[in-house]
Unconditional design. Structure first.
Length: 298
């Protein structure tokens, strides 16, 4: 196998994903559960070395890392860049290492002061999308635990807003009284119906939610129908609140298949077609863009 000239790392709260790279070519990849949430700052270097050991030689290796590795609780805090700005800044933060074979650059997140908001990790996916879609202006939606809606213009993130829809779904379906009524499947018709309910009457969300429990007790509502409705209710409320972002705009969605499809269906119901982009591919393309910047700044 050819030797890499750099390594990309996507370091989240629960997982570490790494790629052995020669220019823009992926030579190999690996992953582990050594996420930020399981490590103290002095353990990051060891976790990285374990993941990339087969790719190292005696020469110094450049590593470009994004995600929670740059959080306050991570390896080194990479201060947020203020929007409007390019998604990946020209200069990154360098983590201190004991192993002389490593030079680790950490991509900063982005911040917005009014209204207050932050992102860390999604900026790299945005950079990847823009690297693969030159001169693209519009809205990028990044569904997840904390979904981001970002306004992009002239290669910069102009503004963004975060919605805790994914976390709300997880808490309500797994830890609230609704856990007794929610299944593991997904009813698309129920999803669409519930989406319309909260798009039309978002102020009734709390009442709609308890109705899921009542219908299970009194009508024997199918748990998969309830799951579809819960998803639709929460996403409908999000779309109602994020309307200034997506209405009349070009929209791209970067996310895993199931979530991206749900958002695509929801937007299509509002007459808004969306481009769907693969999240891992956008992350890697963003890391490549960041690596090029490290070369340009040296």
């Amino acid at each position: 196998m050819s030797s890499p000239d750099w390594i990309g790392a996507d370091w989240g709260t629960s997982h570490l994903r790494v790629w052995s790279m020669q220019g823009s070519t992926v030579l190999d990849h690996a992953s582990s559960d050594a996420g930020m949430g399981k490590l103290t700052p002095d353990q990051f270097e060891g976790a990285l070395l374990t993941a990339i050991a087969p790719w190292l030689t005696d020469a110094t290796m450049t590593v470009v890392a994004c995600g929670m590795v740059g959080a306050r609780q991570g390896w080194i805090e990479a201060p947020y860049a203020s929007v409007p700005c390019t998604p990946v800044p020209q200069r990154m933060v360098t983590a201190q290492t004991l192993d002389p074979r490593l030079t680790v650059h950490v991509v900063p997140g982005l911040k917005q002061t009014a209204p207050a908001d932050v992102m860390r990790g999604e900026e790299t996916q945005i950079a990847g999308f823009l690297a693969l879609n030159a001169d693209w202006d519009g809205i990028i939606c990044l569904p997840g635990t904390h979904t981001k809606w970002a306004h992009i213009s002239a290669g910069e993130v102009v503004s963004f807003q975060t919605f805790m829809t994914g976390e709300q779904f997880a808490l309500l379906s797994g830890q609230s009284v609704l856990k007794h009524s929610i299944g593991t499947g997904w009813d698309e018709d129920a999803f669409k119906e519930a989406l319309n309910d909260t798009m039309s009457r978002p102020e009734r969300l709390a009442a709609y939610l308890f109705n899921l429990r009542a219908r299970h007790l009194l009508e024997g509502q199918d748990p998969d129908t309830a799951r579809g409705r819960l998803s639709g209710l929460l996403l409908g409320a999000e779309l109602a609140a994020s309307r200034p972002f997506w209405l009349g705009q070009h929209v791209a969605i970067i996310g895993d298949d199931a979530l991206a499809r749900a958002y695509s269906i929801a937007l299509a119901a509002q007459g808004v077609p969306a481009i769907v982009a693969d999240a891992p591919r956008m992350t890697l393309a963003g890391l490549q863009a960041a690596y090029r910047m490290t070369k340009e700044s040296t």
